[in-house]
Write a protein of this length. Structure first.
Lengths: 134, 134
DNA sequence: ATTGGTGCAAATGCTTTGCATAAAG
DNA sequence: CTTTATGCAAAGCATTTGCACCAAT
């Protein structure tokens, strides 16, 4: 069973406090302010275990780093193609997406989720500036 | 501009011939039968350039390796959570998914796609066997 | 006392890059 | 001839792991 260590407690606290979706190393930098000797491996191990336990959520998107969410309630995300930032998104009630499949080639469909990508407000501004320059 | 080298030609040919969605190293092993001295780096570089040029498609899913598709026509995929295999999927005509967003937090939505995950026929069988054993 | 957790450094796995040489246009 | 491409080996980056020590139950 999971034991409540100091490290684990601080990792949970800090992640739940944030409403962003940090990567393991971003959270490591935050947690380090309270526990200067914590190891990055500990952060990785805990994020993995805590998401398995359903205490946090692991957001696996294509690209480099995984991101983590302290908010475990059902909600959708949108990811910025430029900076990788992830934001929460409110989605209208919808009919079951799984019904949209006509032919799944013998697969057993376990999950069907909408994957939004876009540009965050910051990167939209950045691109306008680039346009002015050249 | 892209030059047509022997290596590039064989990479395109073999990928378009397949109806699977190989990883870079899987395709490398296939191409190697015709070009034994080709480098894995060449395969990676070409897959990147060819997908930028729209000649093939890069499938970026969470998890370990990227996969590539010689079929560039619009179609959906489903990925097996166990073995990572990707299959094509036929999806019913649907209203614009982008309209499902109520609040995108200021993001400019560029893409909204349905992301299916499931178990491929082989892995379903595998799990039945495991069930009998354990 | 007995697990499970931690810090560290090293290893891993996929992918990218630097560089000298070779081939395409 | 001037790019662009290639092969090789080395580097990169996010993540995982082995191991000796430490701490929670």
């Amino acid at each position: 069973m999971l034991r409540m260590t100091n490290q684990r407690e601080v990792i949970i606290e800090e992640l739940k406090r944030l409403n962003s979706h940090p990567t393991a190393d971003e959270l490591y930098e935050i947690v380090r302010k309270r526990l200067p000797h914590i190891s990055l491996a500990t952060v990785y191990r805990n994020l993995e275990q805590l998401s398995e336990a359903g205490i946090i959520k692991k957001l696996e998107y294509p690209g480099r780093q995984k991101r983590f969410d302290g908010n475990t309630s059902e909600h959708s995300h949108i990811k910025c193609i430029k900076c990788g930032r992830i934001a929460d998104v409110a989605v209208k009630p919808r009919s079951d997406l799984k019904d949209m499949i006509d032919d799944a080639m013998g697969f057993k469909v376990l999950e069907a989720k909408i994957d939004f990508t876009g540009l965050c407000p910051e990167c939209q501004r950045g691109m306008q500036l680039e346009g002015l320059r050249g």
